[in-house]
Ligand binder design. Structure first.
Ligand SMILES: Nc1ncnc2c1ncn2[C@@H]1O[C@H](COP(=O)(O)OP(=O)(O)O)[C@@H](O)[C@H]1O
Ligand SMILES: [Mg+2]
Length: 471
């Protein structure tokens, strides 16, 4: 059996106390009984809302191989006939296992942070490097104090490339996480106004992201966005942290990983890339200039990690934008013809709004209109009104014909749009849904974007439920 961890190694790494008849090993690690697979260890982690210990019975029913539980909770779980490893604190135990996972691997380790594009870049790395070796990458956006140790602890020993997303909402959060990851290569995608509510300025955000450099191994690399106004600040901070190899990606002539030209080619694009001395013509299956720029960071990392760069670049052709993050959907219209939806419903902040509006502007319309359906960008604190109002600029530049808005924060934009743009405002996504379904015409391109909390995925669902998919 190819165990993720033998029980002996697991007990040893966590300094735990086994109770009961232990299995020889575990096939995986779970903190959620809804997704737990048979033979996995269930770690009873305490989250914001729930305590994993309350799900011990559910974990047993789901076929967990063993439970990792806290000493203090043992009296309450004593009657559960199930092998257990008892530890002082379950999260600390998972961190110890993360350290052991990192120590036992020979993988090239890549860490990704930034204000936007972390998950996109992480998934692109997964896709591009999968043709070059065995890849282990964080699931979803598992990038915080439990997501990072969980992702590390799940890394199989024989991994060739380990890819980890690291996020933060506050200064000081990245440092302990990157010390666990100890990347050979650290990527900072872009510094932008996300979670600005917790910060005074973009420089302050850059400083918090720069904590990632403190964990880079000796002789390791930083890959920074050469087009970012905070490139120089980040490069200096990387140097201060002892990172000796600093590389830029972007359109800037001085970027080591450079995009030379870009052409939309729905549902994706093609672009020229210069990676060191090598020139590549790359086809990418996901649309948008920002995607191609993320791809430059990916190709740079592939090169530095010793992967076959031609192969990695070739794989990008079959990349598909993620649900909610730029995926194109084509629908048949009830009156004949088709229309297109750009599903950006998962996330929104000023930088990704601009990128998505630019994508809408660059998407060809076939006798229809460009429609932007926009909701609140959350967590912008005192800057919120100004940043929502400022979307008028990119809306005008993208040649948007029609705007639908929903959410309390974005209301202000309705009164500040360019004159030629027709707009409709509703309080929330649900009251907008039917209106949108009725408004769409054949040939339209509809871009739907807001912070996840506003529920714009329900608008995509409403269109999906009322219209047949076109191939
Ligand atoms: N380089 C980029 N610049 C601007 N927007 C981007 C970039 N990369 C991705 N995006 C967009 O930002 C949003 C969030 O992307 P995601 O990868 O989930 O970010 P994160 O994991 O950092 O929160 C998506 O709408 C995505 O299309
Ligand atoms: Mg993410």
């Amino acid at each position: 059996m190819n165990w993720l961890w033998t029980t002996a190694d697991l007990v040893d790494a966590m300094d735990g106390r086994p109770i009961g008849v232990m299995p020889e090993g575990i096939t995986g690690i779970s903190i959620d009984t809804r997704t737990l697979a048979r033979g996995e260890a269930f770690f009873a982690v305490k989250g914001d809302k729930f305590d994993g210990h309350d799900f011990a019975t559910a974990a047993m029913a789901a076929g967990a191989g063993l439970l990792v539980v806290a000493e203090a909770k043992l009296p309450a779980l004593g009657r559960l006939q199930m092998p257990k490893i008892v530890v002082e604190d379950v999260l600390v135990a998972m961190e110890r296992l993360a350290v052991a996972a990192r120590a036992r691997t020979k993988a090239q380790i890549i860490a990704v942070t930034g204000s936007v594009g972390k998950t996109t870049t992480k998934e692109m790395l997964r896709h591009a490097l999968a043709v070059c070796g065995s890849v282990h990458a964080s699931e979803k956006s598992f990038n915080n104090h439990w997501g990072v140790p969980l992702s590390l602890a799940r890394m199989p020993q024989d991994t060739t490339y380990g890819i980890f997303e690291i996020g933060m909402n506050h200064p000081g959060e990245i440092t302990p996480l990157v010390k666990l990851v100890r990347p050979h290569i650290a990527i900072v995608t872009l510094i932008a106004a996300a979670h600005l509510g917790f910060f005074r300025s973009l420089d302050e955000i850059a400083r918090a992201k720069a904590e990632i450099f403190s964990g880079v191994v000796k002789g390791g690399h930083a890959i920074l966005n050469r087009d970012d106004p905070r490139y120089k600040l980040l490069a200096r901070l990387a140097g201060d942290a002892g990172v000796t190899h600093i590389h830029g990606f972007g359109e800037n002539a001085r970027a080591q990983f450079r995009m030379t030209d870009y052409q939309a080619q729905p549902p994706g694009a093609c672009f020229g890339a210069k990676v060191g001395k090598r020139k590549l013509d790359v086809e990418i299956g996901a649309p948008g200039r920002h995607m191609a720029l993320n791809a430059l960071a990916v190709l740079g990392a592939a090169q530095l990690a010793g992967a076959d760069i031609e192969k990695a670049a070739g794989a990008l052709a079959t990349l598909k934008a993620e649900k909610g993050r730029g995926r194109l959907l084509a629908f048949k219209h009830r009156d004949g013809g088709q229309f297109t939806v750009i599903d950006e419903s998962y996330n929104a902040n000023p930088a990704s709004m601009r990128a998505a509006l630019q994508l809408l502007g660059a998407t060809p319309v076939d006798g229809g209109r460009r429609i932007a359906v926009l909701g609140d960008m959350l967590e912008l604190g005192v800057h919120s009104a100004k940043l929502h109002k400022e979307l008028a600029g990119p809306i005008g530049e993208a040649g948007v014909d029609r705007v639908f808005l929903a959410g309390p924060e974005i209301r202000i934009l309705a009164d500040n749009l360019p004159d030629q743009v027709e707009s409709t405002y509703r309080e929330d996504a649900d009251t907008l849904a039917q209106l949108l379904v009725e408004a769409v015409r054949p040939g339209d391109v509809v871009m739907i974007k807001s912070s996840n909390g506003i529920g714009f995925s329900r608008l995509v669902e409403a269109l999906t439920n009322s219209c047949e998919a076109a191939s």
